[in-house]
Ligand binder design. Structure first.
Ligand code: S3P
Length: 178
């Protein structure tokens, strides 16, 4: 295997996947490993709006949130050397997925619904789309609808049973020109 070189890296790396798939934790780790900036579209929306994602959903509705999300994703097309962690629904709305595929390398962090349901159970009340719901059937159905889009990613990483460091390392290694 040849040593890793920065020139193997794309300008932008987009992490996609269902809520709870580890996009933000992996993104921070990966960005650190490869010397890229890190951007989280949800965090950017929250800091620009001065509201939590849940408050935006409650006060303005999901349609408004999707417009803000699209604007944040579009903004990243003008950034360089950045790992972008996207919201779970982002690839499935507007032209976001096509834009990300065109402007960077898109990586789907895939997890089984059981893994996601266990991970999300304790925080579901803070998440507007999960509040008060029975998670396993909701996630199973959500993935059935979203997976055809997620699967268009340039790369799929099966994350069940892998820790954050291993996932970030796998992604990093995939960019070396061996
Ligand atoms: C959403 C996922 C959330 C957030 C919003 C909607 C979704 O992001 O964007 O609550 O539609 O799956 P995370 O996947 O980062 O939790």
């Amino acid at each position: 295997m040849q040593p890793h070189s920065r020139t193997d890296l794309p300008l932008r790396i987009y992490l996609i996947g269902y809520m709870g798939s580890g996009k933000s934790s992996v993104g921070i780790k990966l960005a650190h490993c490869i010397g890229f900036n890190f951007a989280d579209t949800d965090q950017r929306i929250e800091s620009e709006q001065g509201l939590s994602i849940a408050q935006i959903f409650d006060q303005y509705g999901e349609g408004h949130f999707r417009q803000l999300e699209k604007a944040q994703i579009t903004k990243t097309f003008g950034e360089f050397q950045v790992v972008v962690s996207t919201g779970g629904g982002a690839p499935c709305y507007e032209t976001n997925m096509a834009g990300m595929l065109q402007n960077g390398t898109v990586i789907y962090l895939r997890n089984r619904p059981e893994t996601l349901a266990t991970r999300l159970e304790h925080e579901k009340n803070h998440r507007p789309l999960l509040r008060g719901k029975d998670l396993l059937p909701l996630i199973t159905e959500g993935l059935r609808i979203r997976e055809p889009v997620y699967r268009q990613a340039h790369m799929i990483v099966d994350c069940d049973n892998l820790d954050i460091n291993t996932i970030a390392q796998q992604i990093k290694n995939s960019f070396s020109s061996c």
